[in-house]
Write a protein that binds this ligand. Structure first.
Ligand code: IVH
Length: 692
């Protein structure tokens, strides 16, 4: 580690006897605090590589907030506290862009790219020798950011390309946007004026997390990241924007007073040196190299954690690109290579209703099978019943369906023009489609619930989760067997799994002696699973693998965890009031107490190996940064990650100079070579066990 975490109280010396800064030193303290917070913001939001825990960060932030509350006159517009959101605005002011905010023409295949090069080579032969940069075409919204003497003073939407809307207050809430450049004292001195352009968007994991939280609190979920980002940017109340996990990447200088870089590759490096996050970019010597990059990105598209709809190819030399001029609003020196659409139209045959683990009823579309980006899609989510009503989706409609990344395909809406009149409006069921009990609606919440604790659908989901790979890992027990067990009445809760005998299984369809013995063997083996896995398996709301791993380090067994109070639980870092409440509630329910008795009687009662007495976690890996690569044998990558984190380590996605160890499994990829090149120690799972 080349950066040691600063102590949150490092500034103590500047304080008077009451803990407040003395008049003389308060300015220095404020500058120091703000610089530290800015630095941590940059590590977290731009480099994705934080060096302090959230808790330490929160302490620094609270300290700054307190001082500013006492001395409001010291608040500066670039103070990190000024991102929280301002009171609602009446409407947006107009902002004239210093240069036109241009768009791009498109190529839809490789021939289109070759034709582009031929077209522009006719205008200037030098193009045949030109080099290019390739960047992902981010599926977000253009924003224009103005800096004066290093200070972020204004931010605008694209608008009509000449004039945009002033959304400064909203943009201030995006942590990836520096409020002052350079972000670090080591950066180059800021130009008097710099106007840059970038794309604001929401990363897919952040989008899913946002929807998960909304769903848990019974609120309406969002349909897709782009619309959510667009809506958030155009909020008149910026405190609402602040609640959306927007981020941004910057790729263009619109105007500036400095000597501006001559090439696109240098432009990105220049922007990066000021602390702007920039997109991944690849320097290509020839168009054939560009084509290879486009094909590679098209293949990797689903593995990225943000949506892209193509690749932007730019002639690297700005002067050459400029001489080619502009057609309409599209510069000739750049082009967008668009990937095949991820949206298709198909027929909605039926609307089905799923019952989730917590009883939430979720509608889904049964579709005429259709191929989207190489995958055949025959079902897609319809989010919730309000969505169907709002979009007026009817059975028999032609609907637009989108599939992006690993996100479940979803219906975007009907194609109104394709209506024949035979389409049937949909009425939400008044009862649970599985158990037939009345569905209930909690006031103020969006979802409908089946509140019947004995509903077989919920039981099936619970069992499926309990035996899954990240939980008790009962090898060979898939959804089909779970359904059979429930249907035949052999299992009424997860505790019953361990009471199954050979004769029970032999009665099931498709079971012969060998299959039955294998399954019983797998169930037997699962008795040895760790406490962390068992806690994950119980399916308590908000308790995933990472939280379960932390709980298992505080509480040696389920008895101890059952006795934990709300206050006890909240003392654990990362456990807030909602999760604590969910844990306490889970243990209070009589049905769950019966499950616990059965598990105990069956010997499924693991003791945590590394129980930490008292409230402090031993964190032997604190301060170390790990990267995990390859296929691990004793756990999944996520489990390894949770294990590392629960021992205090930080886990990042890519190898860099800040990586302390690379944990490798089988078939590691390029990360291994990179680590070896940087001289970073490479360890396997056994080595890790020894370290712990
Ligand atoms: S360059 C003259 N680079 O795509 C420069 N645009 O279809 C034109 N976009 O309006 C833009 N990622 O909002 C550029 N790496 C990238 C981009 C990008 C996404 C968007 C941008 C633009 C649209 C054009």
């Amino acid at each position: 580690m080349n950066t040691s975490p600063p102590s949150p109280r490092a500034s103590e010396g500047f304080r008077d006897s009451e803990g407040f800064p003395t008049e003389r030193d308060s300015e220095g303290l404020l500058t120091e605090l703000r610089q530290k917070i800015r630095h941590h913001n940059y590590r977290y939001y731009v480099l994705n590589d934080p060096v302090v825990s959230d808790h330490e960060y929160d302490q620094l932030y609270a300290e700054l907030l307190e001082i500013e509350k006492q001395h409001p006159e010291t608040i500066t517009p670039d103070s990190p506290t000024q991102r929280a959101g301002a009171p609602p605005a009446e409407g947006f002011q107009k902002v004239e862009h210093p240069a036109p905010i241009l768009s791009l023409s498109n190529a839809f295949d490789v021939d289109g790219l070759r034709a582009w090069l031929e077209r522009i080579a006719k205008l200037d032969e030098r193009v045949r020798e030109a080099d290019f940069t390739a960047e992902p075409k981010l599926d977000g919204l253009t924003v224009v950011l103005h800096y004066e003497n290093g200070l972020f003073v204004r931010g605008a939407t694209r608008g009509n390309g000449q004039v945009g809307e002033d959304i400064t207050q909203n943009l201030r809430t995006i942590h990836a946007i520096p409020l002052r450049i350079p972000t670090t004292p080591q950066g180059p001195p800021s130009p008097e004026r710099l106007v840059v352009r970038g794309e604001a968007f929401i990363r897919l994991p952040d989008f899913e997390e946002l929807n998960r939280r909304l769903e848990e609190s019974g609120q309406k979920t969002y349909v897709n990241p782009r619309n959510t980002a667009a809506g958030a940017l155009r909020q008149l109340d910026s405190s609402l924007t602040a609640q959306r996990p927007l981020t941004l990447l910057v790729y263009q200088i619109v105007a500036g007073t400095d000597d501006l870089p001559a090439t696109q590759a240098e432009t990105l490096a220049y922007l990066q040196s000021y602390g702007f996050p920039v997109p991944e970019n690849i320097h290509c010597q020839t168009l054939e190299d560009v084509i290879a990059v486009c094909e590679d990105w098209a293949e990797r598209r689903d593995q990225l954690d943000y949506e892209i709809d193509g690749v932007v190819i730019k002639i690297n030399d700005h002067a050459l690109a400029d001489t080619l001029g502009v057609v309409g609003k599209d510069p000739r020196g750049a082009i967008a290579y668009k990937f095949p659409a991820q949206v298709v139209t198909t027929t909605l045959h039926e609307i089905g209703v799923n019952v989730g683990r917590t009883g939430v009823l979720t509608p889904y579309a049964v579709l005429e099978p259709v191929e989207i980006g190489g995958v055949t899609v025959s079902q897609a989510t319809l989010h919730n019943f309000d969505f169907i009503a709002e979009k007026d989706i009817r059975v028999g409609d032609r609907v637009r369906v989108k599939r992006a990344g690993d996100v479940i395909p979803y219906v975007m809406g009907p194609v109104d023009a394709a209506r024949t009149g035979a389409e049937q409006p949909f009425t939400p069921p008044g009862t649970c489609p599985v158990c037939g009990q009345p569905a209930e609606h909690i006031a103020g919440e969006v979802p409908w619930y089946c509140v019947n604790a004995a509903c077989p659908a919920q039981l099936i989901r619970n069992l499926e989760h309990f035996v899954s790979r990240g939980a008790m890992d009962v090898v060979g027990m898939g959804i089909k067997i779970v359904e059979q067990l429930v249907r035949e009445g052999l299992v009424g809760d997860v505790g019953d799994l361990y009471a199954l005998v050979r004769g029970d299984l032999l009665e099931l369809d498709g079971f012969a002696a060998k299959k039955a013995d294998n399954l019983l063997g797998a169930l037997d083996a699962s008795r040895e699973r760790s406490l962390a896995r068992l806690v994950t398996a119980l399916g308590i709301r908000g308790v995933g693998e990472a939280v379960a791993a932390d709980l298992a380090r505080f509480y040696p067994n389920l008895d101890a965890l059952r006795r934990a109070t709300l206050d006890d639980l909240q003392e654990i870092e990362g456990i807030g009031p909602n999760i604590a409440q969910a844990i306490v509630d889970w243990f209070t329910r009589p049905a769950n107490q019966r499950v616990l008795s059965k598990l105990r009687a069956a010997g499924v009662w693991p003791q945590a190996e590394t129980h930490a007495p008292g409230r402090t976690l031993p964190r032997p890996l604190a301060g170390l940064t790990f990267v995990v690569t390859g296929t691990l044998t004793s756990s999944t990558r996520n489990e390894a990650k949770a294990l590392l984190q629960s021992h205090g380590a930080k886990v990042t996605g890519s190898v860099s100079g800040n990586t302390d160890y690379l944990l490798v499994g089988e078939n590691p990829g390029s990360k291994l070579q990179k680590a070896q090149g940087l001289g970073i120690p490479v360890i396997n799972e056994d080595d890790l066990q020894k370290m712990l």
